[in-house]
Write a new protein. Structure first.
Length: 441
């Protein structure tokens, strides 16, 4: 009996210990799987993803810049982050480990992986970044579409807006673009006015492919909220379609009490009918509206009309003195587009670039890229911007200098240095491209 018991214990020890070792090894591997993240610029990808969701735009921009180097891994990490509330297995393991880890002996804690730390994320920032990091990724379309079902109207708004932004990347894949269009069309009846406006904005980005949505957008012209109503007019003007259907719906909006709605209605009528003499004055009148955003939009819309809107040039010249910098920037760009002459626009942008704040400098350096060689007078300010501590300003300045071409060759030494030494990948890339443009004979 004693001998039999001894054999039993030997058998248990012989088989049980290896089994326990295998289970422990499996547990450690599962914990590593739950807590491990691929690295990006020396830090786990999830660290950068968490930075994005802290809703500080400066930190978000920096984190996005670093994640550009992570490729599909960054998209995967953000999609996983968006699914955190669904309690994936990986997160359940980490939640359990987070509770258990503090109770372990110190020596054990030093040998096993630490649990990940959580904070209350801002999903809107993840959604916005996802569109910029993976606009050509089918997974991004699926993830954004899922977010349309959120109970938070702000999340739905960011999802609709971002879907519209990525839609332009799917024009060569009609099935996917139509999937996006159907999703946006559905959101035109959302309970939140900003979501309805975001959906109309997204459909405008889709252009003529969204023409089947014109009846729903016309229905939206009766929306009680001006932002949603003006977004519907804007979408109709960008999408186009049958004039016999569009004009009767748009004409009454010239009498709207909302300046934005009147501006988009006048632009639509100019664009669809080509009758500048009849409808351009209504658009010009909006340049004197009380609403700063309406004045800026009116200037931008006049610019879209191009040379056919030459009668608006005196009013655009006056708008260059507007107290709002957004209006001044829009007017300067419109003058260039309408007249084809940068002589009036560039001095205004040059002055704003010198005295403006961060937002103005980012916008103007980005805008000057469109001016090409006409932006040559701004070369000294753009060269100074190459040393700006803000990476977005440096990147935009490098791109603007590249668009100017060989006339900006004095910037070559600084651009060559940036192409090798700047810590941000997008700036190094922009500097390399600028060096190539400036080196052309």
């Amino acid at each position: 009996m004693h001998r039999s018991s001894s054999k039993t214990w030997l058998w248990v020890l012989g088989t049980g210990v290896p089994l326990i070792a295998i289970l422990l090894l499996g547990l450690v591997l599962a914990l590593r799987w739950a807590t491990h993240e691929p690295l990006c610029q020396g830090k786990p990808v999830r660290v950068w993803v968490d930075e994005i969701a802290r809703a500080s735009y400066g930190r978000r921009d920096l984190a996005e810049e670093q994640l550009q180097t992570a490729g599909p891994a960054a998209v995967s990490a953000i999609i996983e982050a968006l699914r955190t509330d669904q309690k994936l297995l990986r997160n359940r393991i980490n939640d359990w480990w987070t509770k258990l880890w503090p109770k372990l002996p110190t020596g054990v804690r030093q040998m096993v992986p630490r649990p990940r730390l959580y904070f209350r994320p801002d999903r809107r920032m993840w959604i916005s970044s996802l569109g910029r990091l993976g606009p050509h990724d089918q997974r991004v379309v699926a993830a954004l579409t899922r977010e349309l079902n959120s109970g938070d109207s702000e999340v739905r708004f960011f999802a609709t807006h971002t879907l519209g932004e990525v839609s332009v990347n799917w024009s060569d894949v009609p099935a996917t673009q139509q999937q996006i269009i159907r999703a946006l069309d559905r959101m035109l009846t959302d309970s939140a006015f900003n979501v309805r406006a975001g959906a109309a904005y997204g459909l405008a980005k889709c252009g003529v492919a969204a023409q089947p949505c014109i009846p729903d957008l016309i229905q939206m012209l009766r929306d009680p909220d001006e932002l949603a109503q003006s977004a519907a007019v804007r979408a109709i003007s960008y999408i186009g379609g049958d004039a016999e259907v569009i004009l009767p719906a748009i004409m009454p909006l010239l009498q709207s009490t909302g300046a934005l709605t009147r501006a988009f209605a006048a632009y639509t009528l100019c664009h669809v009918t080509g009758d500048m003499g009849r409808y351009l004055p209504a658009l010009i009148e909006t340049l004197a509206a009380q609403d700063d955003s309406a004045r800026a939009v009116a200037a931008a819309l006049i610019g879209r009309l191009g040379k056919s809107a030459t009668k608006a040039l005196p009013d655009l010249d006056q708008a260059l003195q507007d107290h709002d910098y957004g209006v001044r920037i829009s007017a300067a760009k419109a003058i260039w587009r309408v007249s084809g002459n940068a002589s009036a626009s560039v001095p205004v942008l040059r002055r704003l670039l010198t005295v403006g704040g961060r937002g103005e400098q980012i916008e103007i350096t980005g805008l000057l890229t469109d001016f090409g060689p006409d932006a040559a007078p701004v070369i000294p300010e753009l060269m100074a911007a190459l040393d700006n501590p803000d990476f977005l300003i440096r990147r935009n300045a490098a791109r603007a200098i590249a668009s100017i071409g060989p006339a900006a060759k004095d910037a070559l030494p600084r651009l060559q240095a940036l192409s090798k030494d700047d810590p941000f990948p997008s700036i190094r890339k922009a500097a390399v491209e600028a060096v190539g443009q400036l080196s052309k004979q």
